[in-house]
Design a protein around this ligand. Structure first.
Ligand SMILES: Cc1ncc(COP(=O)(O)O)c(C=O)c1O
Length: 444
C-alpha cells in the first residue's frame, strides 16, 4: 500500500492555526491510503442477501404475477406501518410519483407550483409535463433546503402546490413551511425521494404534507433492482385518485372517467424491496455514524476553514442519502479532480440549478435570480456515505482532502483502524454529539 505523500514542509508551516501538540503526536501514527474508495458499492449490501433475493424471484416467477400483485400490496402495507402513514401507493418511479401527485391535484396549464431549483430534474419536469409553471425558490445556505421565507414571497393567486424536497436525506424545516402553506390553503407535495425514514419531530417524511413522493432507484437508501417508487398520503380522497391514476384512470376494468398513466410497480421489485426493508433502519443508522465520523476526521485534519461539513437540524432525523460538503474559494472542481485521480469517488449534486437549465429557458429565469442556489451549485461535493463504508475508507477520503489542502492526515485512532478501536462506532457517542437527530423517536 503506498505511503502518504508528505507535503512540502513550507505548506505545513503556512497553516494557521498550526496543529496542536496533541495532533502532532497523532501525525506520527497516521493512516495509509487505500487505493480506491467508491462513491457507492451496492454489491456490499446486496451480496449477503443474494440467496434471499433468488428465492423470492423464484417465487414471483412461479406465481406468474409480475405487475402489482400480492408482493406490491404487502410492500405497501409494510411501508404504511413503518412510515406510520395510512396510504401507500406503489408506482413505477420516483419521477412518476411526482407526476401522479400533481395529476391528483389537477395541475393544468397556467397553474404555478413552488419548488427549489436545487434538486433533481424530476421535481420540476413533473410540473412542466402537465403544462404547469415551476416557480423556483431559493435555499437555506447551511442546509441546502428550500427557504420558507422565499416560498412565502413567491405565492400568488395561481399557486396550486408547494414541493419541498428533503434533499440529501434531511427533512425540510416543516415548522416554518407548514403554517405558510396552510395559511394560504396550498397543498404540500413532499419530494421524499432521497429521504425515506427521515423524520420531523419524530414523524416520518411523506406524512407531513398532503402527499409524499419516494424513489426506489438503486442509489436510494432503499433501492431496488431497477426503477420503482411510491406515494404516501394521509388523505383518503387523494389515495383513491392516485390508485386510479397509476392504472390509466381505470376503474372498474376498461372503464375510464379520468385519463391516468401506466405507472405500476413490478412484483419482482416489490419482492426484492421486501427483503431489504427490515434492514433499512440499521443501514440508515450506519450512514449517520459515517457522517459523524467524517465530521470528526475533518476536524482532526483542521479542514474546517476550507470545507464546510453538513449542518444538521436536530428537530429531524437526517438519513444521509448523501454527505455533501461545501468547498470554498473556487476549489471544488480541483479538489474533485484530485480525488478522482487518487481513486476516491465523488459526485456533484447538482452542477446546473434547474432555473438555468436550457429546457426551462422559456420561463425567463436568469443568472443571479437565485444566488444561494447558484453558489451551492458551484461549491458542493458529495463524498461516499453508504452504510457499508469502512472507517479506513473514510480516512482515505478525508486524508486525500487533507493532502489536497496541505493539512495534517487522519490519525489512526480517529480512523478506527487500530485493533479493537471502537472510537466512533458507539451509539452512546452518537447521542452525545446529537448529530444523528431524533433517531430514537421514530418507530421506523
Ligand atoms: C429529489 C429527487 N426527486 C425525484 C427523483 C426521481 O426519482 P426516480 O429516479 O425514481 O424517478 C429523484 C431521483 O433521483 C430525486 O433525487
Amino acid at each position: 500500500m503506498p505511503k502518504r505523500a508528505l507535503l512540502p514542509s513550507g505548506d505545513n508551516e503556512a497553516m494557521t492555526p498550526g496543529p496542536s501538540s496533541d495532533s502532532i503526536d497523532k501525525l506520527s501514527d497516521s493512516t495509509d491510503f487505500l487505493p480506491k474508495v467508491p462513491l457507492l458499492a451496492i454489491d456490499r449490501q446486496n451480496g449477503p442477501l443474494r440467496e434471499q433475493f433468488r428465492q423470492v424471484m423464484d417465487d414471483v416467477c412461479d406465481s406468474g404475477r409480475f405487475v402489482l400483485g400480492p408482493d406490491v400490496t404487502a410492500l405497501e402495507n409494510e411501508l404504511s406501518t413503518i412510515l406510520n402513514v395510512p396510504h401507500v401507493i406503489g408506482c413505477a418511479s420516483g419521477s412518476d410519483s411526482l407526476l401522479l401527485a400533481l395529476m391528483a391535484l389537477h395541475i393544468e396549464p397556467g397553474d404555478e407550483v413552488i419548488l427549489p431549483s436545487y434538486t433533481f430534474f424530476a421535481t420540476a419536469s413533473a410540473v412542466t409535463r402537465l403544462g404547469g409553471t415551476p416557480i423556483f425558490a431559493d435555499i437555506d445556505p447551511s442546509t441546502f433546503l428550500i427557504d420558507s421565507d422565499d416560498v412565502a414571497r413567491r405565492i400568488t393567486s395561481r399557486t396550486r402546490a408547494i414541493i419541498p424536497v428533503h434533499l440529501f436525506g434531511q427533512t425540510v424545516d416543516m415548522d416554518a413551511l407548514l403554517p405558510i402553506a396552510n395559511g394560504a390553503g396550498i397543498p404540500i407535495i413532499e419530494d421524499a425521494a432521497q429521504s425515506i425514514l427521515s423524520t420531523w419531530h419524530g414523524r416520518c417524511s411523506g406524512g407531513l404534507g398532503d402527499m409524499g413522493c419516494f424513489s426506489f432507484y438503486p442509489t436510494k437508501n432503499l433501492g431496488g433492482f431497477g426503477d420503482g417508487g411510491f406515494l404516501t398520503t394521509t388523505r383518503d380522497d387523494l389515495a383513491d385518485a392516485l390508485r386510479k391514476l397509476r392504472v390509466h384512470g381505470m376503474e372498474p376494468r376498461y372503464y375510464h372517467d379520468v385519463v391516468g398513466i401506466n405507472s405500476r410497480l413490478d412484483s419482482l421489485q416489490a419482492a426484492v424491496l421486501r427483503i431489504k426493508l427490515p434492514h433499512l433502519d440499521q443501514w440508515t443508522t450506519k450512514r449517520a455514524h459515517n457522517a459523524i465520523r467524517y465530521t470528526e476526521m475533518v476536524n482532526h485534519c483542521e479542514l474546517e476553514d476550507v470545507i464546510t461539513t453538513p449542518r444538521i437540524d436536530t428537530r429531524g432525523r437526517h438519513v444521509w442519502n448523501q454527505y455533501v460538503i461545501r468547498v470554498a474559494d473556487g476549489k471544488r472542481d480541483a479538489l474533485r479532480e484530485h480525488l478522482m485521480a487518487t481513486g476516491v469517488g465523488t459526485e456533484i449534486y447538482y452542477p446546473v440549478p434547474l432555473h438555468l437549465q436550457k429546457c426551462f429557458a422559456n420561463f425567463g429565469w436568469k443568472l443571479n435570480d437565485l444566488p444561494v442556489t447558484e453558489q451551492a451549485a458551484k461549491e458542493t461535493l458529495a463524498l461516499p456515505i453508504f452504510a457499508e463504508l469502512e472507517p479506513a475508507e473514510q480516512a482515505t477520503v478525508v486524508g486525500r482532502i487533507a493532502e489536497f489542502f496541505g493539512r495534517p492526515p487522519v490519525p489512526k485512532q480517529i480512523a478506527g483502524m487500530e485493533k479493537g478501536s471502537d472510537a466512533v462506532s458507539q451509539p452512546r457517542q452518537v447521542r452525545r454529539t446529537g448529530l444523528i437527530g431524533r433517531a430514537d423517536d421514530v418507530r421506523c
